[in-house]
Ligand binder design. Structure first.
Ligand SMILES: Nc1ncnc2c1ncn2[C@@H]1O[C@H](COP(=O)(O)OP(=O)(O)OP(=O)(O)O)[C@@H](O)[C@H]1O
Length: 647
């Protein structure tokens, strides 16, 4: 292990549990390979942070490290200027382009109007697909959530999907990758889209380039990622089981993780001495738990996170400013404390807090430096020539320091700042104008307490809480995991998972098979109806009754692979359908089976949460939610080596 992986096969997959050193072994393996001067290596990581961390360890021009988007974006850049590929864009997205051209929706019509203005076309000009094709000179990765079909700007998702299609259409591109690199590593493969895995697989097939995937199926928390590629993994990849140790967690936590893991082939040997047993706390209410000061709390939703840190209104306001299709989301904006934050108001708030902190702490040297280096401070007042200049500045800062301790709102702060001389007033005006442009944002942000921003600021500097999704790849000394359900986004059924698990009715591999089958039945049914389940109405029923009945029968048969599992969790809804034979009973059955996705996700998130703990793990569940299976729960949790505490 100290030597890195021993890569002998062309296609290797390393599936290994949390803390087994996958990421560490990538850097060791790369260092080992670099002893040979002819090697060129590509390493794809999941997050920018992982890429940065790896780049700090490996600084060699023969190694290219980056996220999938940065790599594909750069790699495709020259090809996105080539005419046949540009033309292929309008061929591939013909349907989407025509939809915009033919739409009567105001938003789309406005897009076309702007298009006509941009290209100086006559007002009544009829834009066609050909016009679009002619006017796109090159394609671009727009770094946004939505593709601009009129201008050839690709979104995050479409960059990957379209690139895969380009590779298929122009197979010579495959060689461009395999000629460039002799080894390709993809870390966190379980969260990489199957299109991308396939792209790299095709690019290395029939070449000497070796492809290594590393990841952990138990940590796959995004739907529909590897699924389509799974058969290639099963048939063409050789499994490497060499990462058998757990380097992150103390022995007792490793025992628990071993008991949770879906397959006994991946039992880990702890490398750290055992300490306290992990503990389940049965509590009345998750909101009023006194978690210890230095623990990292894990919650499900961003809204819970912002509530817990006392910045919920600020978050709600920012959600109005940054929508899902924007380049940044509200959480990214609120968690970026640098002066490079793309949000002008945030920059102003950060600056305000930082100068007041330095003033209060009497760190005048640093304070002056900070102010001079901030391009938007009022340069006039900071030209300190004599004592009275100094007094003036001190007075201004003192006033500001007092003001922000008065429990003021952000609106009041802006008002105060525009009258004070610390920051360039034209900047303040532009921040205020920017707020006024967006009514929804304006209505919320002005009345948010400035203290909420301070809470956010403190939290980021000294994190105490995170969402369960956001902690992958990291370890914390003390983790406090609060167990709660999510309804739709995410569909997360933690307590149903715990119930199935406690009653010995949870079998991950079996449930995966059942889930795939059930989804397939539903898919075939909705395809034959030409409608989604949610769109079905009562009159649709009688005419197609036979289809409904046979769909329900197919689903029932799949569920009954495990009769007890069916009886316990599904029979009620299915019997009710048999008795009523109507659309609402049908929909109830479908929503009952939709819970399976939520149970599978719960299992994985529970594992991910627990596996972050290095020394201490506390899991909190509510008494109310386990009521129906309390005894089984306590006994099962003891069996997997939790200690139980009833608070
Ligand atoms: N061979 C080793 N010797 C000592 N410490 C190690 C070794 N390998 C990994 N570690 C340490 O163990 C911890 C977990 O390692 P790493 O992050 O590489 O695991 P991982 O398998 O990628 O985890 P996850 O699946 O949770 O992302 C890190 O703190 C790392 O520094």
């Amino acid at each position: 292990m100290a030597e890195g992986l021993n890569i002998t096969e062309q296609f290797t997959i390393v599936n290994a549990p949390a803390g087994s050193g996958k990421t560490t072994s990538v850097s060791k393996s790369i260092k080992k390979l670099l002893r040979n001067p002819n090697k060129k290596i590509l390493c794809i990581t999941y997050t920018n942070r992982a890429a940065e961390q790896l780049s700090e360890k490996i600084n060699d021009e023969r190694v290219r490290i980056g996220t999938i988007h940065s790599f594909i974006g750069n790699f495709m850049k020259p090809f996105f200027k080539i005419k046949p590929i540009v033309d292929f864009f309008s061929e591939y997205y013909e349907g989407n382009i025509l939809k915009v051209l033919q739409s009567t929706e105001e938003k789309e019509v406005a897009k076309l109007r702007r298009y006509i203005e941009k290209y100086n076309l006559p007002e009544d000009f009829k834009v066609t697909k050909e016009t679009i094709t002619q006017n796109i000179s090159h394609l671009e990765y727009g770094e946004t959530q939505i593709t601009s079909f009129l201008h050839g700007k690709l979104s995050h998702d479409d960059l990957l999907i379209f690139s895969k299609a380009v590779f298929k259409k122009f197979p010579k591109l495959n060689k461009a990758i395999s000629h460039q690199y002799s080894y390709i590593f993809i870390d966190e493969y379980q969260d990489t889209k199957s299109e991308i895995l396939e792209l790299f697989y095709n690019a290395t097939l029939d070449s000497n380039t070796k492809l290594v995937l590393l990841g952990d199926e138990m940590q796959q928390i995004y739907e529909d990622t590897v699924e389509e590629f799974q058969h290639i993994i099963d048939n063409s990849f050789v499994r490497d089981y060499s990462l058998k140790h757990n380097w992150r967690s103390q022995g007792r936590i490793v025992s628990l993780l071993n008991n949770l893991y879906y397959s006994s082939s991946y039992q880990q040997i702890p490398q750290k001495v055992s300490e306290e047993k992990p503990k389940i706390h049965i509590v009345e209410d998750l909101e009023n738990i006194n978690t210890e000061k230095n623990s990292l709390q894990l919650v499900l939703l961003n809204s819970e996170l912002f509530k817990a840190i006392g910045a919920y209104n600020l978050y709600e306001a920012y959600k109005k400013r940054y929508k899902y299709y924007d380049k940044y989301n509200s959480k990214e904006i609120l968690f970026d404390l640098t002066m490079n934050n793309p949000d002008d108001l945030m920059v102003l708030l950060i600056f305000t807090v930082e100068i007041v902190n330095l003033f209060d702490e009497k760190q005048f040297g640093k304070l002056i430096q900070k102010i001079i280096s901030f391009k938007l401070s009022n340069k006039e007042i900071w030209k300190i020539k004599n004592h009275s200049d100094k007094v003036k500045v001190a007075q201004q800062l003192e006033k500001l320091s007092k003001e922000i301790k008065k429990d003021i709102t952000i609106g009041e702060l802006l008002n105060f700042l525009s009258k004070s001389e610390i920051v360039d007033t034209s900047y303040i005006s532009s921040v205020i104008n920017h707020i006024n442009e967006d009514l929804e944002f304006k209505n919320k942000i002005n009345s948010v307490k400035f203290n909420e921003f301070i809470n956010c600021y403190r939290e980021i500097n000294n994190p105490s809480i995170s969402t369960q999704h956001a902690v992958k790849g990291e370890g914390y000394d003390h983790v406090a995991l609060k167990v709660s359900d999510g309804t739709r986004n995410p569909n997360l059924k933690m307590y149903l998972f715990l119930e199935m698990f406690s009653k010995e009715l949870f079998n991950y591999e079996e449930l995966n098979v059942i889930n795939k089958e059930v989804k397939n039945h539903v898919k075939l049914f909705t395809e034959s109806m030409g409608k989604k389940v949610s769109e079905l109405k009562a009159p649709d029923y009688k005419k197609y009754e036979q289809k409904y009945i046979s769909c329900i029968l197919d689903i029932k048969n799949s569920l009954k692979v495990n009769q007890q599992f069916y009886d316990e969790f599904f029979s009620e809804d299915f019997i009710s359908f048999d008795n009523k034979l109507n659309i609402s009973a049908f929909k109830k059955c479908i929503s009952a089976v939709n819970r399976i996705d939520g149970v599978l996700l719960a299992y994985k998130l529970f594992y991910v949460g627990c596996s972050r703990a290095k020394k201490r793990l506390d899991v909190y569940v509510t008494n109310k939610s386990i009521q129906g299976f309390r005894e089984e729960f306590i006994s099962k949790m003891k069996e997997i080596e939790f200690e139980i505490e009833v608070n």
